[in-house]
Design a protein around this ligand. Structure first.
Ligand code: ADP
Ligand code: MG
Length: 700
């Protein structure tokens, strides 16, 4: 048998498995082959020499292991409260054990008066220690003088247990597996330079299953986690390198007069450190001759528009046109007005092209773009997708649109032979760790710094019972000449119930702020676009003081005079959405406020979210908390990515290892992008095998 094929042997051929158990192993744990079993890692080890006394248990301890005599075994309670309880007694005290599920099965394996070893998470109930659903097994004394022995415990399932494969019995299979394999089956895949303080791959596999000491176990675990993250990072980097190699791009060779004149004469403020760094990244990237495909993450208000403008000036310096696309017409208008103001003394033509551009003007613009008399065009991307022909488009900026997929982008310019550089800007912060794994194959920049002197938005959480005083507060702000938002959750625009909530809310706001003294606009997803735009514009121009709406107002709009954001039923929003909404205020010089209204009955987790909002305004911190609360599977804006599914590593808990792995992978790929050096042969081989590995077991 060759080396690779032994680990790809179907699991039924392992001694002690057979067809029935093999079926269950496949179904329950996705273990199809010897190799899968090798990678079914124990979730803990029993160390029989490490037993605590019951009296020493403290509430702050998490998991404990104790041994004692089992007493008072009985089933109590009725129906859903039915449970099996027992007391475990050692010479220092006693501890309650309880089971709510699988009572019959558990009971069968327990004997009153027997000596048992128990492991589990302690909780305290009325001052008494208890373990719910402990791991429990008959205690077998450790032989005199025996050194600590770490026995692996594997995750299993009820079905497997009933077939005689509990967590320890799976360990027996693994032991059998190790008798058949040797280092040949588990060859090294890391280059020697990364192995200085790490065990070999083979040694790490042995030690993670059957460690000879705690320290060895830790080293093995650390090495295998590092390997997982490193391999993933190498893959992402190789994809990026391939993309650069295969894509032709316009070479922006120089920084010329447009950029320099603007920078020296018209730049209205000093750039932040983050802005300087990012524009440099873009400059270097666009000079290389491949197509830039850059995602720019920057918190709300971090000044992404200026980055877009500076990049567009570099394009102009090299004789190229640029476009900037916004998700809504209002946003496009705002960009047009803002850029127009900044560029008013520069010899550059800039145009606005949206759905409401009049026909004659539209013709003029299309002609100007085709003949290269217009340098910059601002618009909604729908329009640019359809008809616009540029003479020589060099840069496309896509604002506030992280969902703008790679495929969409490819389609946009499939006619031209050399595609423009693409800069996608998004204000939905994604934690750095997640971005590194999810976007590792893109060119990626972060702006994690706000311009100086920003006022922090005062954020408070109030229960709905305090609405009257909230309304009074809003009234005083409006009396000072400010404007206010009221936002209602409408997850699905078609959702009838929340639509009625919105209407009710509107009536309520109207009764506090009666016409004609106060003027209110309303926007929601059921309105026609034109109606939405009109209402929005009235608020933007200050014609109305209050905007009642759903989350359609979320993206990008800039009304510096608005100083209050009231979010109704805020417990129904996710953290990043709350952060986006809050970012609509605090854009002027006035102190701004965000008031999060919620029901008293909001869940604990929801209240936790609101508390986070009240204590920090840093989008990256919020994103990090969001990740902790929700887990990486489901964060907005991350792509479905196999890169996130690690067996051992966890990007939240192993940040340091991830950073190490990333740096090592980048350095390696830079030095040897085709993995031709002899010291990278094992890595190359490993990646090739992984790539070609077909799950024959899963097909059969
Ligand atoms: P966002 O990243 O949310 O798109 P904007 O580009 O709209 O942010 O910038 C928000 C505000 O900050 C704008 O009024 C802009 O002029 C201002 N701004 C941007 N960069 C700086 C800076 N370096 N110093 C001071 N103000 C800045
Ligand atoms: Mg913006």
């Amino acid at each position: 048998m060759s080396q690779a094929s032994l680990l790809s042997s179907p699991i039924e051929y392992l001694k002690g498995v057979g067809p029935l158990r093999a079926d269950l192993l496949k179904k329950e744990l996705e273990i199809y082959t010897f190799g899968d079993l090798l990678q079914h890692f124990p979730h803990r080890h029993i160390d029989k020499t490490q037993v605590s006394t019951i009296a020493s248990i403290r509430p702050e301890q998490d998991f404990i292991q104790v041994k004692g005599v089992l007493r008072g075994l009985e089933v109590i309670g009725e129906r859903r409260a039915k449970r099996l309880v027992a007391q475990l007694q050692d010479e220092t005290g006693q501890l309650e054990l309880a089971w709510f599920q699988g009572i019959n099965w558990v009971q069968k394996n327990l004997v009153e008066g027997g000596m048992f070893l128990v492991f589990g998470r302690v909780s305290f109930f009325n001052g008494r220690a208890q373990i719910v659903h402990p791991e429990i097994e008959p205690y077998v004394a450790v032989a005199q003088g025996q050194k600590s022995l770490l026995e692996p415990v594997y995750s299993s399932t009820e079905k497997l247990k009933s077939r005689g494969l509990n967590g320890k019995q799976i360990g027996k299979l693994t032991q059998g597996l190790f008798q058949q394999i040797s280092e040949r089956e588990v060859p090294e895949n890391l280059p020697a330079s990364l192995l200085k303080d790490r065990p070999s791959r083979w040694e790490a596999f042995r030690q993670i299953h059957f460690p000879t000491s705690n320290a060895n176990y830790k080293k093995a675990l650390e090495r295998l986690m590092f390997e997982e993250l490193f391999i993933a990072q190498v893959r992402l980097n190789l994809i990026k390198i391939q993309r650069h190699k295969n894509s032709k791009g316009h070479r922006f060779e120089k920084v010329g007069d447009y950029f320099n004149n603007f920078y020296n004469q018209y730049l209205p403020f000093e750039l932040t450190g983050a802005q300087k760094r990012v524009i440099k990244e873009i400059r270097v990237d666009t000079a290389k001759g491949y197509q830039m495909n850059r995602l720019l993450q920057g918190d709300v208000g971090s000044g992404k528009t200026m980055i877009a403008l500076l990049a567009m000036l570099i394009a102009a310096d090299n004789g190229f046109q640029s476009c900037i696309m916004a998700p809504t017409e209002i946003l496009a208008q705002q960009h047009y007005a803002g850029l127009g103001e900044l560029l008013k003394s520069m010899p550059l033509e800039i145009a606005l092209l949206t759905g409401s551009t009049k026909i004659a003007e539209r013709r003029r613009i299309l002609k100007g773009l085709a003949e290269d008399t217009i340098h910059f065009v601002v618009g909604t991307h729908a329009i640019i997708e359809e008809v616009v022909q540029f003479k020589n488009l060099g840069l496309a900026v896509i604002d506030e649109q992280h969902r703008f997929g790679v495929a969409q982008r490819a389609q946009l310019w499939k006619k031209s032979t050399i595609p423009p550089h693409v800069l996608v800007m998004t204000a939905t912060p994604i934690p750095r760790t997640l971005a590194m794994t999810a976007f590792g194959d893109l060119d990626y920049s972060v702006m994690d710094e706000l311009p100086p002197g920003r006022q922090v938005i005062k954020t408070v959480h109030r229960y709905e019972t305090a609405r009257a005083s909230v309304m009074d507060f809003v009234k005083t702000e409006i009396t000072k000449g400010r404007q206010a938002y009221f936002v209602y959750p409408l997850i699905e625009e078609s959702e009838k119930l929340s639509f009625e909530d919105l209407m009710q809310g509107y009536e309520q706001v109207k009764s506090y702020f009666p016409e004609p003294k106060y003027k209110i606009s309303m926007v929601h997803g059921r309105q026609k676009n034109i109606e939405k735009e009109t209402n929005m514009k009235r608020f933007v121009s200050g014609d109305t003081q209050i905007l009642v709406g759903t989350t359609v107002i979320e993206v990008g709009v800039n009304v510096p005079n608005a100083s209050v954001m009231v979010i109704e039923s805020s417990e129904k929003f996710g953290l990043s959405q709350l952060h986006q909404l809050r970012g609509r205020v605090g854009r002027g010089s006035e102190q701004s406020y965000c008031i999060l209204l919620s029901s008293v009955k909001a869940s604990r987790e929801a209240k936790e979210r609101l508390k986070i909002m009240c204590t920090t305004s840093d989008g990256f911190v919020i994103a990090e908390k969001d990740l902790e609360l929700r887990g990486p599977g489901d964060i907005d804006g991350t792509r479905q990515s196999g890169a996130l599914n690690f067996k051992l590593a966890n990007i939240l808990n192993n940040r340091d290892t991830l950073e190490l792995a990333k740096d090592a992978a980048v350095a390696l790929c830079e030095k040897d992008p085709s993995l031709q050096l002899p010291e990278h042969a094992s890595l190359r081989q490993f990646l090739a095998i992984q790539k070609n590995k077909i799950g024959w077991g899963k097909i059969a």
